[in-house]
Design a binder for this molecule. Structure first.
Ligand SMILES: [Zn+2]
Length: 323
């Protein structure tokens, strides 16, 4: 039973951080606890930290679990959301086939709903962020990897086995660089933060001149953030690399526009903080490559909820079940 007048207990379980929050019906974070996951210490340690984090946020607000409508958990990983099982997670290597829904419900006595973090972010932006009012929305997170979430007619599209929305793994260049997924030339291998850093490192190793050379003691430690910083200093190489990532991102977005004809494409993740220098040239590519009417219809915007999109989306996933 999901109660309409109660807040949601939301958790964002990541490889680096665990965050627990009390979130109001209006999608506002009332209280939050942040702590490191310490995944290297193993499953039991992380589960204990997860419950400690929830206890802390409950104490902060002097609330009991009975006062919530339910628990929403966003996790980077492969989920069997119907059965509430976390099948696997790239960031939590010893979490395999964990019945997390049951574990949470047994311990806290509250209905619990699991959702993939990119899907959560899509729901968060749709209900409370940059996509308010749009029935058809695609969310793209451009970070160390690229993930996505698809909302069709106000509902999250999960596919037949729950794995839909892997937009980072559409092939953009059949002969492109190897992707983490094993394929070649995926959007993720060409336009993610990892791809930007890789290009910078390779080009500097090949002798290109750039302020990036002096930004890190060791060239292999250069990050996408460094490249963005160098680009703002008018560094030619950094600007070239971002222009290439933006070009590939634009091709990916043109595919999304042609396939989904969305009202809004929301771009989140660390790379979106580059703002105009990444997104504006990508929009031009969309205009050139996608069909005219859907390209005109689709607003391409930055995430409004930023780093909170996942945890607010975990709450939206619970709130959306009230109707
Ligand atoms: Zn891939």
């Amino acid at each position: 039973m999901i109660f309409m007048d109660r807040p949601v207990l939301a958790v964002d379980l990541g490889g680096t951080k665990i965050r627990s929050a009390v979130i109001s019906q209006e999608g506002k974070i009332v209280a939050i606890d942040n702590r490191l996951t310490q995944a290297y210490k193993g499953f039991d340690h992380v589960i204990n930290r997860l419950f400690d984090s929830i206890d802390t946020v409950l104490r902060k607000e002097r609330m009991k679990t009975g006062e919530f409508s339910g628990i929403g958990i966003a996790i980077a990983g492969v989920l069997d959301s119907k059965n509430g099982i976390l099948t696997s997670s790239p960031n939590l290597p010893d979490w395999k086939n964990v019945p997390l829904k049951k574990t949470m419900q047994d311990r806290l006595g509250l209905d619990t709903f699991l959702i993939n973090d990119a899907n959560a972010a899509a729901l968060g932006e749709h209900r409370f962020g940059a996509g308010i009012g749009a029935q058809n929305l695609v969310y793209l997170t451009v970070s160390t990897g690229i993930g996505g979430g698809i909302i069709i007619d106000d509902k999250l599209y999960e596919g037949s086995t729950g794995s839909a929305g892997e937009l980072g793994h559409m092939t953009i260049d059949a002969d492109g660089p190897r992707c983490n997924c094993g394929n070649y030339g995926c959007l993720e291998a060409l336009a993610s933060g990892t791809a930007v850093a890789r290009e910078a490192i390779e080009r500097i190793k090949a002798g290109k001149i750039s302020v990036l050379r002096d930004m890190k003691e060791n060239i292999i430690d250069i990050t996408a953030e460094d490249v963005a910083k160098a680009a703002r200093q008018e560094d030619k190489l950094a600007n070239e690399i971002i222009a290439i990532a933006s070009y590939y991102l634009g091709i990916g977005l043109a595919n999304i526009v042609n396939i989904f004809n969305p009202q809004v494409i929301v771009i989140g993740g660390g790379m979106s903080k580059m703002g105009g220098m990444l997104i504006e040239p990508a929009k031009k590519i969309v205009k050139q490559r996608a069909f005219k009417l859907p390209a005109r219809t689709a607003r391409i915007v930055r995430s409004r909820l930023g780093n909170e999109s996942g945890i607010i989306g975990a709450a939206a996933n619970v709130l959306n079940r009230q109707y």
